[in-house]
Design a protein around this ligand. Structure first.
Ligand SMILES: Cc1ncc(CN)c(N)n1
Length: 232
């Protein structure tokens, strides 16, 4: 079994919990509460900005141009393509995309980006890859599962969202990250493999937490101004 196959096996209950999450079930049924979608898009716009920052830091740790090219293509993909599913969600709730940008992150999303940035600043390239991988991998599995289950046609309000994540490009990104991490793991010590596993499992849990945060429209409980600054 490869290292990433072992990670996937260990994280299986979390992947299943994500697929069964009420927000994801709402995407399948085309009836997610609109407030939850609005909360999700606001947080996800900032989350993807942080994700690109982490890719940028990963580039600074690469020695090989092929690796640099991979991370820079991923930044390009987020900027130029991953806006499509956001536009689909914005059309669904009838709010312009621009109106949902620049908001401070709710606690669970704030935790997730700080977790990734921790590995970006303190970790090896392998630990960064492990922290990043659940982002495309969980969405790829959501997309594939919903395609199989729902077989949405163009009348489904979230057809484009589902198609986007079930598409070959997501598979491509996930496979490239997996191959990279598998080859890193071959030369890693037991201590580093444990750290990579920890980074991966926590990112999976934080993916679940992101859906939960959106569905429950999570906010900071005590709300003085300083507690809500974006801190990116
Ligand atoms: C929180 C989160 N995780 C993953 C993805 C898919 N790139 C996303 N858009 N947002």
């Amino acid at each position: 079994m490869t290292f990433t196959e072992q990670l996937r096996q260990e994280a299986d209950p979390i992947f299943e919990a994500i697929i069964e999450h009420p927000f994801v079930r709402g995407i399948a049924a085309g009836n997610v509460p609109k407030e939850a979608v609005k909360h999700y898009v606001k947080a996800d716009f900032e989350y993807l900005n942080a994700f690109m920052h982490v890719y940028g830091i990963a580039i600074s740790k690469c020695h090989d141009r092929k690796d640099m090219a991979f991370f820079s293509e991923q930044i390009n993909f987020v900027i130029n393509s991953e806006t499509h599913p956001h536009h689909n969600l914005c059309n669904y709730i009838g709010i312009p995309y621009e109106a949902l940008q620049g908001y401070p992150l709710p606690p669970s999303a704030d935790h997730y980006i700080k977790h990734m940035k921790h590995y970006a600043h303190e970790g090896s390239l392998g630990e960064i890859l492990a922290a990043l991988l659940p982002c495309p991998w969980t969405y790829l599995e959501i997309g594939n599962r919903l395609m199989d289950e729902v077989k949405p046609d163009e009348n489904h309000p979230l057809y484009e969202w589902i198609h986007f994540y079930a598409d070959g490009e997501m598979e491509n990104t996930t496979m490239k990250l997996r191959r990279h991490l598998d080859s890193w793991a071959e030369g890693a010590s037991e201590r580093e493999k444990k750290a990579m596993t920890d980074a991966f499992i926590k990112s999976c849990q934080l993916e679940w937490g992101f859906w939960e945060m959106s569905y429950n429209v999570e906010t900071w409980d005590l709300n003085p101004k300083h507690a809500t600054s974006t801190s990116l």
